[in-house]
Unconditional design. Structure first.
Lengths: 335, 363, 72
């Protein structure tokens, strides 16, 4: 096999076959995938299925704490977890850029395999295409995922209710700042790592202590502020958030100060924000804290009747301001 | 020593706010001149801590916002030249020129790159010797000395494919121009980091001839509140001086090193401030001996600019005459996603800040 | 008028220094700083350039003043 991806790897011929069978399938071996038929065949249990899809175009491909492969798996299983679903199967499709080093593909696949192992799910189907040099960013990944939702679980962005307590599972801004620090032209070394992680285990622990999580989101692009606004709007409620209780890594704070970012709009990849009835909050908080990735969880606010759709922030110096959805792009500013 | 967090402490801020309330007996219009102050005030919700009598007005302190349409058209012209890479700070990407923004130019194939620092732009020049690299040099006195240092080095190291279009501006004369035009502002909260460079002395005419108190202020919540308190105290006592709140960052004489660099590389020319018009001795242009680095040389024709779009009231916002919410286009035709004027583009522009942090309705 | 944040100088090499900006190590220029900085000094950094040497004494004095005179 050559050491870089060529157009022939995507053409459906011998080179394609070799790439799939000798490289890709080797990392993803499982019963449903191994026949490499045109479709995977799965036994489905009754009940409701959750079904999600995502695409990953992160640049750079490799960053401290993860890469596009682990990101793709985590992102997909987290979407399933946010509606309370246990993942059943994933698909994984690649659009490779001609010239991508095969070693990079190996690294990404190894990362996909580890992430699948931790999330306890298999990739059962996929596709590979190759585009000409210059038409892609090394590799784009598309996924889809199906999961099964336990009976009685009804988590939706529309279900938040006045009186609910808002719990955040950990520090915000880690992923966005880490990726940004690795981009060309943003040369600052940092020991920050992406928080990319699968949250299925955490959600499972939460569902063990309560049947009534009302709403839940994993705040990815657009940051915590965007997710909070989505829930406020869909549920028709107001939210009050206490800035002082938001967990933030000091390095992230300083990077945001330097670059002029508002940490509420910086992306995360391993965090959730949950809305639970006040009576359930202590138990849910404890469950998150004892789960992997939840050690910095905190109560960050509450749901109120007033000002539906508005998210208000009590600032750390005792003032108040509105936390709007992200407008425009998060561009580093200078002045 | 964790300086920033000390100045962010909640109790400290509340105490200062309480003192402001006690000290204030009349209504005052205080202009915070600097975009970074605009953002700090909103981000920490400081208005909600102040008594009603204090009216904070934003001024022309955002270098992106005061970039005129014709200046934008010049950099847009340069972006279209063959074998040319334009490097720019992120905020400038979406400022509309007569035709389109740099962002739209990039989408149509121009090589435009966002950088965090001018040194990144020099790196691009080194890495692309066959290309002409033009850095869109925007900023006030905090930033101009870095550009000067880089130009000096570029000459020393013969980085001949590196150029700048200097849109740098200096600020004290524009405050005087505002005052001359008549303003209802009672006092000025002055930009801490500009004054780290220029010191507090250039502001003396504001306090002296025009009798408006000035306080050079830092950017943490406690700094801003303290600066406001110091302004109120001067006003209540009928005094007008230039005081420094931000003593840890500013000396009256400023930074001689940085000022010397600026002076070596730049000369002062008239420049066009959006919303205010032409103000003498506020633009920085590369001196003759550095002319080879000046991207002006590549503008070989007259560039005609469209007038500002009808209804755009950026000028009035920049002069502190109206609040963003009073502009007819605010949150309607003019939003961060489709901005009409630069006040909505720059993340430190008054309009963008109001939109992001306060209100999305027009009053 | 711009974003500048305090950084701690860790290493100096002529006109360049490596500074700790809140746990992130960054290369900065000392070309236009106002007073000579040494390892262990705090400086204000703007877009990769140190523009002012911070005197800890001044910073702490301001804080003291704020707390004492305007405090409870």
């Amino acid at each position: 096999m050559s050491d870089v991806i060529k157009l022939s790897h995507g053409s459906g011929g011998e080179a394609s076959r070799k790439l799939v069978e000798e490289v890709i399938a080797g990392y993803l071996k499982n019963e449903a995938l191994d026949p490499l038929d045109d479709s995977a065949v799965l036994e489905v249990v009754g009940g409701r299925l959750a079904f999600t899809t995502d695409s990953y175009v992160v640049s750079p491909l490799f960053f401290p704490g993860g890469d596009i492969g682990s990101l793709a798996v985590h992102g997909t299983v987290n979407d399933l977890a946010m509606v309370g679903a246990t993942p059943l199967a994933l698909t994984l499709s690649f659009i490779l850029e001609e010239g991508l080093p095969i070693d990079d593909l190996h690294r990404i696949l190894a990362s996909v395999r580890s992430a699948c192992e931790e999330a306890r799910v298999n990739v059962v189907a996929g596709d590979t295409k190759v585009v000409e040099r210059g038409s892609g960013d090394g590799i784009f990944i598309n996924t889809s995922g199906i999961g099964s939702i336990p009976a009685g679980v009804n988590i939706s962005a529309s279900n938040a209710a006045p009186g609910d307590v808002i719990i955040l599972s950990g520090t915000i801004g880690d992923h966005g700042i880490t990726v940004l620090s690795r981009r060309e032209g943003m040369d600052f070394a940092t020991s920050m790592e992406s928080d990319s992680a699968p949250l299925g285990g955490m959600v499972e622990a939460m569902l063990k202590v309560t049947g009534s999580i009302h709403a839940m989101r994993d705040p990815t692009r657009g940051g915590l502020a965007t997710s909070l606004n989505e829930i406020a709007a869909k549920s028709g409620v107001g939210l009050e958030i206490d800035e002082a209780s938001i967990p933030v890594n000091p390095q992230v704070n300083d990077a945001c100060d330097m670059l002029g970012f508002d940490v509420f709009y910086v992306a995360n990849e391993g965090k959730l924000v949950a809305f639970v009835p006040a009576a359930e909050a202590p138990a849910v908080l404890a469950a998150i804290k004892s789960a992997r990735y939840g050690e910095n969880a905190a109560v960050i606010g509450r749901v109120v009747k007033e000002n539906p759709g508005l998210v208000t922030l009590n600032t750390q110096v005792g003032g108040r301001r509105i936390l709007s959805p992200l407008s425009g792009e998060l561009l580093p500013r200078i002045c | 020593m964790k300086l920033s967090s000390a100045f962010r402490e909640s109790d400290l801020a509340r105490n200062i706010a309480a003192n402001i309330a006690r000290a204030t007996t009349r209504r005052y219009n205080l202009m915070e001149f600097c975009g970074t102050h605009t953002v700090a005030i909103f981000r920490h919700g400081l208005r909600t801590l102040l008594p009603e009598e204090i009216n904070l007005v934003s001024g022309p302190g955002c270098p992106v916002c005061v970039t005129s349409r014709s200046d934008m058209d010049r950099i847009l012209f340069l972006a279209d030249l063959p074998d040319t890479i334009v490097a720019t700070y992120g905020d400038m990407m979406k400022v509309p020129g007569s035709g389109m923004s740099l962002s739209e130019k990039r989408a149509r194939g121009a090589d435009v790159r966002v950088v965090y620092s001018i040194t990144d732009a020099v790196e691009i020049a080194r890495a692309n010797p066959a290309s002409r690299v033009i850095f869109n040099a925007v900023g006030f006195e905090t930033t101009a000395p870095s550009t000067a240092a880089v130009i000096r080095n570029a000459r020393r190291e013969s980085t001949d494919n590196f150029h700048i279009l200097s849109l740098h501006k200096v600020t004290p004369p524009v405050v005087l121009a505002l005052l001359e035009g008549g303003t209802a502002v009672d006092g000025f909260l002055c930009p801490g980091h500009v004054c780290s460079i220029i010191g507090s002395r250039p502001l003396e005419p504001v306090a002296g001839a025009y009798k408006k108190p000035c306080v050079v202020t830092g950017f943490e919540p406690a700094d801003v509140l303290q600066g406001i308190l110091m302004l109120v105290r001067q006003l209540e006592d009928g005094e007008s001086r230039v005081d420094i709140e931000y003593t840890r960052g500013v000396r009256p004489e400023g930074n001689a090193n940085a000022l010397a660099a600026m002076d070596e590389v730049f000369c002062r020319v008239t420049s066009d401030w959006r919303g205010i018009g032409e103000v003498e001795a506020t633009g920085l242009k590369l001196r003759e001996e550095f002319a080879s680095f000046d991207a002006e040389q590549f503008i070989d024709r007259e560039i005609r600019s469209d007038p500002d779009p009808p209804g755009c009231q950026c000028g009035e916002v920049l002069r502190g005459e109206i609040k963003p919410t009073e502009c007819a286009l605010f949150a309607g035709a003019c939003t961060p996603e489709s901005p009409v004027g630069p006040c909505m583009v720059s993340s430190e522009g008054s309009c963008a800040t109001y939109y992001q942090y306060a209100e999305r309705t027009r009053k | 008028m711009c974003l500048a944040i305090p950084a701690l100088i860790k290493e100096i090499d002529g006109n360049r220094a490596t500074a700790d900006v809140g746990g992130a190590m960054r290369e900065i220029s000392l070309e236009i700083i106002d007073r000579t900085a040494e390892i262990g000094d705090y400086v204000l950094v703007h877009a990769g350039f140190a523009i002012h040497k911070l005197e800890e004494k001044e910073a702490l004095e301001t804080l003291e003043l704020m707390r004492k005179v305007f405090g409870q």
